[in-house]
Design a protein around this ligand. Structure first.
Ligand SMILES: [Mg+2]
Length: 433
């Protein structure tokens, strides 16, 4: 008998399936499975040696099996004979606790037990660079204020339109594309959805952008700060919480149209900002984007304090309009699944504790931030963020001790590796000490 998946493969011309999962560092790992073999894999999972990826496992561990979530199927628009699945890792008969998609699914289930559902949209900025990665790809993209520039956008029309056409075809409802604030930088927006759908799409979007850029002889990077003098790659998240089909952040009578519950959720994000940063800004390079000096365009567009405001882009959280807010903290290196989980967990904790975010700050933090007393600063580097994350009772409880141990261990190895590098700056400033 032909199974539903075999039938879909036949009808859509899919010859192979990618059964993928995302490890702790956000890397997508896959097995490419012929359609003829998909039924057994859909049931028992595709096998992987977990140690060979960025998960905290040993070479002696059992096989890890990734069971595809068949509702996540995406037919690659640029390679139609391949279908992609997001999968959930299992080992020894149970879900791998520290696998990112499992962490998010557990957080979603905990919210669902309270009748709540997180919906988000993400803005994944990226650069189109030369294949070597050391310069932007368009030598004519030189303006000091290149944001929204029409000519530089249209010089990359072939790539941008192919990505946008792909999103249209996939039903993601993309609605705008632009040249961003840094030379060589772009942003493409599609409609928000539930957190798991957004996380799967975010993860796939990065793969799609890189693949289509490669097709055009270019390279796409989501690195937080690939060029020190230019604005970095943010990954702003627009956040709302829903109950019984209603957005519970919306309240026309609330301050800026946001409900009391919305402010409590926001208060939770501010209260857990330092630990959250270990997830939203998870690389050594992340801290060269937040806390950065002024860039060529005149602003970094990234926060350096755990503060919120109205429609003002210089804070960690902005309320652009009623019923939602924008978390401006995360960058292009964040793990799509962990970002959503970290937001949900901190926000729900804010609601549980009726967290008060205090009064919003209607000031330009880039010019007047230093004049405000008692403002909580964001971590200055990955080490500080990891220490805050390790201390966080909330994340230990919600993500699980196994996750915290695994994540901190692997990220700390990153930090230690980085610290072994002797920089030119150190030599120049210390040689004659
Ligand atoms: Mg942007």
């Amino acid at each position: 008998m032909t199974s539903e998946l075999q039938k879909q493969a036949k009808d859509r011309g899919i010859k192979y399936f990618l059964i993928s999962f995302t490890d702790l560092f956000g890397t997508q790992r896959s097995k490419l499975v012929p359609a003829e073999a998909i039924d057994a894999m859909a049931k028992s999972g595709a096998g992987f040696a977990g140690f060979a990826t960025w998960l905290d496992m040993t070479p002696a561990d059992s096989d890890m099996f990734v069971i595809p979530d068949t509702s996540s199927l995406i037919q690659l628009p640029w390679k139609k004979d391949v279908g992609w699945f997001a999968g959930n890792p299992w080992m020894d008969g149970k879900e791998v606790e520290h696998a990112p998609r499992n962490v998010l699914r557990r957080a979603i289930a905990a919210a669902a037990a309270q009748g709540l559902e997180l919906k988000t949209g993400v803005e994944c900025e990226f650069f189109l660079v030369a294949p070597g990665g050391d310069s932007i790809s368009d030598p004519g993209d030189l303006q000091a204020k290149p944001c929204y520039d029409q000519s530089t956008l249209m010089r990359r029309y072939d790539v941008i339109s192919e990505i946008c056409d792909s999103m249209l075809e996939l039903g993601w409802k993309p609605y705008q594309n632009d040249h961003e604030d840094a030379n060589g930088q772009f942003e493409m927006n599609w409609e928000y959805d539930t957190s798991l759908v957004t996380a799967d799409r975010h993860s796939f979007f990065k793969y799609m952008v890189k693949s289509i850029a490669e097709k055009h002889g270019l390279r796409a990077t989501f690195m937080p700060k690939p060029f020190p003098h230019l604005t970095g790659n943010g990954c702003h998240a627009h956040v709302s919480l829903w109950k019984d089909g209603k957005n519970v952040f919306a309240d026309p009578k609330g301050e800026l149209g946001v409900s009391k519950l919305g402010y409590q959720f926001l208060g939770g994000l501010l209260a857990h900002a330092e630990a959250l940063t270990a997830i939203s800004n998870p690389t050594v390079n992340s801290y060269k984007r937040i806390n950065a000096p002024v860039t060529l365009s005149g602003a970094t567009w990234s926060p350096n304090t755990a503060t919120y405001t109205g429609n003002n882009r210089t804070h960690m959280i902005r309320i652009p309009e009623e019923g939602r807010f924008e978390l401006r903290l995360a960058d292009g290196s964040t793990n799509p699944y962990l970002l959503q989980a970290a937001i949900l967990v901190a926000g729900l904790d804010g609601i549980k504790n009726a967290s008060d975010p205090g009064k919003r700050l209607d000031v330009n933090m880039y010019t007047h931030g230093h004049l405000i007393e008692g403002v909580k600063k964001l971590p200055l580097n990955l080490l500080d963020a990891l220490r805050a994350f390790e201390r966080s009772a909330l994340y230990k409880h919600a993500f699980g001790a196994e996750f915290v141990t695994a994540y901190v261990k692997l990220k700390m190895e990153n930090w230690n590796e980085y610290m072994r590098y002797l920089t030119k700056w150190e030599v120049e400033t210390t040689l004659d000490c």
